[in-house]
Design a binder for this molecule. Sequence first.
Ligand SMILES: [Zn+2]
Length: 398
Amino acid sequence: MSGTERLYYTDCYLREFEARILKVEQAPKGYRVVLDRTAFYPESGGQPSDRGTLAGCEVVDVVEQNDEIVHLLAQAPSGEMVKGTVDWTRRFEHMQQHTGQHVLSAAFEKVGGYKTVSFHLGAEASTIDLDSDRLGARQIEEAEDLANQVVFENREVRIFFRPATEASQMDLRKPTFREGDVRLVEVSDFDLSACGGTHVSRTGAVGAILARKFERLKGSTRVEFVCGGRALRGAREDFRTLSDAARLFSAAPAKLPELIRKQSDELRAALRAHEKGMERWAELRAAELWQGAPERNGKRIVRAIFPVEEAREAKIIAHEVAKRPSSIALVGVRGKPAALFFAQTPGGSLDMGAILKQTVAKCGGKGGGAKDFAQGGGLDEARLEEALNLAESILGLA
Ligand SMILES: [Zn+2]
């Protein structure tokens, strides 16, 4: 056999092994070590690489190059024979996800003929892409139920080799184009796939298979799922999140959707009521200001400055004033920056847009508008009073 002997091919449960060092090369970040045999899984087929130690040195990555498996180490190992130890927590979790993927993919095929076109095992969740965009929550639950049934039945997962010519005649879930001996992974009476990944020996070890969410892509559907330890942690986290939310409502988690809907309806109604009240207040304030405003050359001039919190009211007040006959509003709003609203009774003789432009040209800021209504911003609030004085003088009504 050429290349590195892959001990995980025949024994996925091997965590410790002895091997001979064939090559140690310096790499940009550490050392590349090739052994005569290894239990370390290199990244391939959607499954991430293993971690662990070689001769006590940390293995930071494992990659496949031609027929060799290259271990990337932070330090150079010493000696001729080394002991390797695979980080079992990480590896076993990958075995659960990968075997779970075989079972779930076969389940999708059985419930609706949906074929898995790709698989990715991520750090938190894994995904499979199915060849159809015509499935939804119901089909996913159906496949999830079937996959978990196969887990409950604790079926055997067998790994064996067959020559490519023979393997290509077998009822594989996906055709293989490999040459030489093909590694086959069989879930008893359920799935047969050509695969080089690491797998648990019985489906029971996969633990629960949970579909988390799905996303429709062009012509395909991406299903995210978690198995075993990840499913347990995910469910626990979900429950904690729901419980935290439920505590805020002093209610049971199951009541949350109803309560959130009710509360958001109430909030929307309250905001509408507040808006109405604010408009009403602005109308009254406009009436009050108009009553007390001086008249010049037959025009009432309302001049006022509002705090920044009343910016919206200020704009409404300017419009309200202009609803009255022969009126002009020169309204400023404090803030950083300050703002201006100029308005006149529609059809009035002045050009508020032009007056605003002249005002900001002299006092800073920018803005403009139409003949009857204009607004400006970007002013220094210290010049607000000066801006209104200037605008009033431009009116030419004194
Ligand atoms: Zn596989």
